[in-house]
Write a protein that binds this ligand. Structure first.
Ligand SMILES: C[C@@H]1O[C@H](OP(=O)(O)OP(=O)(O)OC[C@H]2O[C@@H](n3ccc(=O)[nH]c3=O)[C@H](O)[C@@H]2O)[C@H](O)[C@H](O)[C@H]1O
Length: 440
């Protein structure tokens, strides 16, 4: 959530807006590198108090598994005094927030506005977090995956047989907690803003506005300008060995850590695909390095054809490299947008609820990607993965060409800087209108 908020801050700063960015102290180093306007964007590091049950020093969602997000949110709540002191001294015109459901209480006292800025896709937010829904600890799985009345899709949904394998769905306490927290923020804020656009999520954003009877503003994808820095030599040199559009790139964002068995199954899937591949995944559970996680004899069999990296890679630069032809992604919202503006074929393996919903939007509605089906046991099988990759990489494949052509149509719109700038410009105009009309 911090990365998309900073992308938006950069776009606002480009338009002369002064931004105060409150963030966990521990995230400062990583985020500082993404701050393109240090004269207009000032960081205010927050000390995140320890909460029993959290690993020592845990400060962001990438430090803890999804199951501990409730504890992380209570640690966030303990920063309220720090936040209140900073906002009282700054007196900003608007506060953008998402998990801090007590922000509107503070902004009302200060006579300023609060915008709930959602960095997850609108099709998920409007499916689960609308006032017409009641999600409590008693809510059954059947009730949970039922669309709310008036929901604008019958294909964007979570299927019953997959529910046991989606993290965060099978914990009624976590579900009730998230529902109460997010709907409070959406109900109490002055306006809702979404990191999306009419072209792909207009129906969901309109549904949300109708459900909350409040303005819903769209910022568009808010993608950073391609950084001036070049792709590091080690990646560029290795990728240049392969034909244009032949390499498969796989990454699952900052929150997914696989079980070792699933990790190894995916590695053999890349091997069976016959394509060169570059994989950037954190070492699976129980492994401290990626080397120890690799299947027996894998490195010897693969040789120079594959690179499995156990840490963070410059994803946006890699996706722009001409050798990359396929992106195997978890459909995190940031990666989803980055895949839409890329020239790659898109293969999706979602893990969290919003990633499943985003995958259905991409596959069933936009028809620009294919999804790798899980087996009965919830595993992504090596054959299913290699088949999906071969399908999109085969120039003769009808489905492969169909998703490619649909993707190109959207890419031609979304990758235009002019289109992206127009989205932000109209967002800033709408915000100014709200600020100038006190009754709004
Ligand atoms: C809203 C929330 O975002 C979360 O973020 P997560 O980090 O998983 O994935 P992305 O949104 O793709 O964000 C990941 C960001 O990290 C970048 N990246 C990733 C891996 C790497 O090796 N190098 C990189 O530069 C990537 O380019 C993207 O910008 C979850 O999805 C969650 O489902 C969703 O609700």
């Amino acid at each position: 959530h911090l990365i998309p908020y900073l992308h938006l801050s950069n776009k606002l700063a480009e338009r002369g807006v002064k931004v105060s960015f409150l963030l966990p102290k521990g995230a400062l180093t990583k985020l500082q590198q993404l701050n393109h306007h240090p004269k207009l964007i000032h960081f205010f590091p927050l000390v995140i108090p320890h909460v029993d049950g959290l690993p020592p020093g845990a400060e962001t969602a990438s430090d803890v598994p999804f199951s501990l997000h409730q504890l992380l949110a209570s640690a966030l709540d303990k920063t309220r005094d720090q936040v209140e002191t900073i906002l009282t001294s700054l007196k900003p015109d608007i506060v953008f927030f998402d998990f801090g459901r007590w922000i509107p209480e503070i902004t009302r006292q200060l006579g300023t506005k609060s915008f709930y800025y959602s960095v997850i896709n609108a099709c998920t937010l409007s499916f689960f977090r609308v006032p017409v829904r009641r999600i409590t600890v008693e809510t059954t799985m059947e009730e949970l995956i039922q669309p709310p009345p008036g929901y604008p899709s019958t294909t964007v949904k979570i299927k019953h047989n997959e529910t046991p394998h989606i993290a965060g769905l099978n914990d009624p306490r976590l579900g009730a907690f998230l529902h109460e927290r997010l709907t409070t923020g959406l109900r109490e804020c002055d306006a809702i803003a979404l990191r999306s656009c009419q072209e792909i999520e207009g129906a969901y954003s309109d549904y949300l506005a109708q459900q909350y009877s409040k303005l819903v503003l769209l910022t568009g994808p808010v993608l950073p300008e391609t950084p001036a820095t070049q792709l590091e030599e080690k990646w560029d040199e290795w990728l240049n060995k392969f034909e244009s559009g032949s390499v498969v790139y796989c990454a699952f964002g900052s929150q997914i850590t696989l079980q070792k068995e699933q990790f190894q199954e995916l590695m053999v899937g890349f091997e069976l695909s016959g394509c060169p591949f570059l994989v950037a995944l954190t070492p699976p559970h129980g492994c401290s390095t990626i080397e120890e996680a690799l299947p027996e004899g894998f490195k010897e069999r693969i040789g120079e054809r594959g690179w499995v990296n156990g840490g963070w890679v410059p994803q946006t630069l890699i996706l722009k490299h001409p050798s990359i032809g396929c992106f195997v992604s978890h459909c995190g919202f940031g990666s989803m947008w980055e895949s839409l503006v890329s020239d790659c074929q898109i293969v999706l393996i979602p893990f969290l609820p919003d990633q499943v919903m985003g995958t259905r939007l991409m596959v069933e509605e936009l028809k620009v990607a294919i999804e790798v089906e899980r087996g009965e046991d919830g595993m992504i099988g090596k054959k299913a993965l290699s088949k999906a990759i071969q399908l999109v990489m085969d120039n003769e494949s009808e489905l492969g060409n169909s998703v490619k052509n649909n993707h190109i149509k959207l890419k031609n719109i979304f990758s235009s800087k002019d289109w992206q700038d127009k989205k932000i410009d109209s967002f800033v105009q709408d915000v100014q209108f709200i600020l100038e009309s006190p009754g709004a």
